[in-house]
Design a protein around this ligand. Structure first.
Ligand SMILES: [Zn+2]
Length: 193
């Protein structure tokens, strides 16, 4: 395996909620590795299984890449291990348990929507429970870009896209680009409309 093809807006898998993962074996670890490699090659900070054409509940995140500014705080299982130890992260069956009351605006992109960015409002802090690749449960509370990235990826696992979170004003700005991308995707994948 290795690098995988990233699915793009218009492909049905992006709207499919993921099946829970119940087998924690070498092939799951390999898939997570391949997703991390794919994410790096595309200069991304997160990637969900739907984006590599699999509707399962697995996503990967890395906010400790070269030149990246760390502007967030986090607490993992009641401790704060160095970021270098916990990144890249693979989150299996993540469930967001708590959303902070404060929300903020941030311009998001998505690897399934090349060259399209727009502002999405999201809660500033979250607590997420997930399993690691061995099936061990963890609880992470975080804010800033890490909280935003995890919310974006967990949305993917539920078949929800960042455009579904945008208000009409933001959507209208990217409407033309979205239509064009969808048309291009359908042409590339040979899906008949
Ligand atoms: Zn995305």
């Amino acid at each position: 395996m290795g690098q995988l093809r990233i699915t793009e807006y218009g492909e049905a898998v992006l709207k499919k909620p993921g099946e829970p993962i119940t087998t924690f074996d070498a092939s799951l670890a390999q898939l997570a590795d391949d997703m991390i490699e794919t994410m790096y090659a595309a200069d991304g900070i997160g990637l969900a299984a739907q984006q590599i054409d699999q509707a399962i509940r697995l996503c990967v995140v890395d906010l400790y890449q070269e030149g990246m500014e760390v502007d967030f705080d986090y607490m993992l299982d009641g401790k704060k291990p160095p970021l270098s130890l916990i990144m890249p992260m693979a989150l299996v069956n993540p469930r967001i348990q708590e959303l902070g009351k404060n929300q903020n605006d941030y311009e998001e992109g998505c690897l399934s929507f090349p060259n399209i960015r727009a502002i999405v409002k999201r809660p500033e802090q979250i607590t997420v429970e997930y399993q690691d690749l061995e099936g061990v449960s963890h609880r992470l509370t975080c804010n800033g870009l890490l909280a935003r990235c995890i919310q974006h990826e967990v949305d993917h696992l539920n078949g929800v896209l960042f455009i579904d979170r945008m208000d009409n004003k933001e959507l209208s700005k990217i409407n033309g680009a979205l239509k064009q991308l969808k048309k291009q995707t359908l042409n590339n994948t040979g899906i008949q409309t």
